[in-house]
Design a protein around this ligand. Structure first.
Ligand SMILES: [Zn+2]
Length: 188
């Protein structure tokens, strides 16, 4: 990836260079976070595990009735977006008495508590799709789009949001990171 900048667009690997250049333009202008917030202004009220469970079950009931029931849904503070694990879906096998039961769990990275409502919906759709499709293949994305027609745009915008957050955590925008990473600074 030849992103000519000190800002690592790691959340955006694989997107066309022309698109990344636009993103870089927004970053350089200090407008990335604002642009995302403008497009996704709505917050959500899914603050607790109970509320998250209800939220996920409602989406599941609407689109994925036939998928196996969920034993657990949780916000997980240990999920790291860096590992591309925004959420996880697991089938945990537990011995219960003499029975071995497969328990379906969905865990959502805790940062989604603060995310715009659109992104929470997107990640839940993503994890629900995994109940039927393990791999990120064509069938998987077809299922995502079936549940959320705007899925691809939302996933892209989520990646923009993550990028903007990380820039803010670093103390803002494009200053300074050039040296410490050994990359050249942004053109001005
Ligand atoms: Zn996935």
């Amino acid at each position: 990836m030849s992103t000519p900048a000190c800002v690592d667009l790691k959340y955006l690997h694989g997107y066309p260079p022309a698109l990344l250049a636009q993103v870089q333009g927004l970053i350089d202008a200090g407008r990335l976070a604002g642009a995302v917030a403008q497009r996704h202004p709505e917050a959500h009220a899914v603050r607790t595990e109970r509320a998250l469970y209800d939220y996920v079950c409602e989406l599941k009931a609407r689109h994925m009735k036939s998928a196996p029931p969920l034993a657990k849904v949780a916000y997980d503070p240990h999920l790291h977006v860096l590992k591309n694990a925004l959420g996880t879906h697991t089938a945990v096998s537990r011995v219960q008495g003499t029975q071995l039961k497969a328990k379906r769990e969905i865990r959502i990275a805790v940062l989604f508590k603060e995310a715009p409502a659109d992104f929470l919906r997107m990640i839940v759709v993503h994890e629900l799709a995994h109940l039927k499709e393990r791999e990120h293949g064509k069938a998987f994305y077809a299922l995502c789009r079936y549940m959320e027609p705007d899925y691809h745009q939302l996933e892209f915008d989520l990646r923009l949001w993550l990028t903007a957050r990380e820039l803010e955590d670093r103390g803002g925008a494009s200053l300074g990171t050039g040296q410490e990473n050994g990359r050249r600074p942004l053109p001005r």
